[in-house]
Design a protein around this ligand. Structure first.
Ligand code: BGC
Length: 365
């Protein structure tokens, strides 16, 4: 298998698992992931934009629009409650918009850390990227009510503790979540000129909050008050642009990621990860490769792309590989509880496509 062949296969696999509604399934073969996430989906749509599959990305954003319209009542009730000072007891409570939906846009019942705000920022950021790359300008107009609703929801809720991008720590505030919200709000400034001033103030307030509370010892931290590194902190710069790639805070964060979370070419999420034994996540490896490409470390970026290609299984790229586990004793109990680790994971394929496109190998022969 070559990089070029995996590009073609990744595009086909993503298209195959995009529902008629436009939703991307996170993983078709893993029971808990047979749904669509705003987070995974927006990054997958972004990858599809990177390789010229604009129609697929457009269908995903139209699905997001339907989700927002369908759950408008719930969003408005949450906004009203938060604005009235009633932030609720448990952050995992059902009063906020969920993070994963069925392909028809329904909530998924069951015990899940559903209150996650990052996806709501990410879809706005991704939509703006889509419009810019595809030229489908009228989509903003068509989706305006959902965009406005999302902005109101984020304006009301952004300070609240909510589950992070790994669906953990619902009682904390996470810089990466805030960066996603920052990027989504900022991306809409130029599309909603009548609200530009207000949106600029909000995005700047969020940026300052992260710089003040989301850093320690000269680098970004996993959560406010929890000064450890998490590989998702890479997203603060790529793609969310809260700081430049060469900002000293980001450079030191990346050094910590390299020292604490990188083994070979595989990247762990965070040092205490126990999920499936805490393996190496292909999508995070691709992210580090993306960062290397943007900072001119081409050789390392290519090596990561090749490493990802070497991890391809019969049914696609997995979520994580188990060559190096941080918590080996936890692996079996996860398999007993939830089945084999997810494969294929559309988000792994998507981030491989993003890396490949950064490396300039997006024209499969
Ligand atoms: C990850 C999330 C992801 C979800 C679906 C979870 O295990 O922590 O980041 O959105 O799987 O892929």
């Amino acid at each position: 298998m070559t990089t070029n062949t995996l590009i073609t296969e990744s595009i086909q696999l993503i298209l195959r698992h995009q529902a008629a509604t436009g939703a991307y399934l996170a993983s078709p073969a893993f029971t808990h992931y047979r749904y669509s996430w705003l987070r995974d989906g927006s990054f997958t749509a972004y990858a599809m934009n990177c390789v010229g599959q604009h129609e697929s990305a457009s269908r995903f954003y139209q699905w997001c629009d339907r989700v927002l319209r369908r759950h408008e009542h719930k969003a408005r009730a949450a906004i009203a409650a938060v604005n009235a000072g009633d932030v609720g007891g448990k952050t995992g409570s059902d009063r906020f918009l969920h993070t994963r939906y069925t392909v028809a846009g329904e909530e998924v019942a069951g015990n899940w850390g559903s209150f996650q705000l990052d996806g709501y920022g990410t879809w706005l950021w991704g939509l703006a990227e889509h419009v810019q790359r595809s030229g489908e300008d009228d989509l903003i107009q068509r989706l305006a009510p959902s965009i406005e609703l999302t902005l109101e929801y984020l304006t009301a809720c952004w300070r609240l503790p909510n589950f992070d991008c790994w669906e953990e720590w619902g009682d904390r505030v996470h810089p990466v979540t805030l960066a996603a919200i920052y990027a989504g709000v900022k991306a809409m400034e130029r599309h909603l000129p009548h609200r530009a001033g207000e949106l600029t103030r909000l995005s700047e307030t969020i940026r300052h909050f992260v710089l003040e509370h989301g850093t320690a010892h000269g680098q970004f931290i996993k959560s406010v008050g929890h000064a450890v590194v998490d590989a998702s902190l890479l997203w603060l710069t790529l793609p969310f642009g809260l700081v430049q790639v060469d900002d000293p805070l980001m450079e030191r964060t990346v050094q910590s990621i390299e020292q604490e979370l990188l083994v070979g070419h595989g990247v762990h999420r965070y040092a205490d990860d126990t999920y499936y034994g805490g393996g190496q996540w292909l999508l995070l490896s691709a992210w580090l490769g993306w960062y290397y490409a943007r900072t001119g470390r081409w050789k390392k970026a290519h090596q990561i792309a090749e490493w990802i290609v070497s991890k391809l299984k019969e049914t696609g790229l997995p979520e994580q590989v188990q060559e190096h586990l941080l918590s080996p004793s936890e692996y079996t109990s996860w398999v007993e509880r939830a089945g084999e680790p997810a494969v294929p994971l559309l988000w792994s394929h998507a981030m491989f496509l993003v890396l490949a496109s950064e490396l300039g190998v997006t024209n499969p022969s």
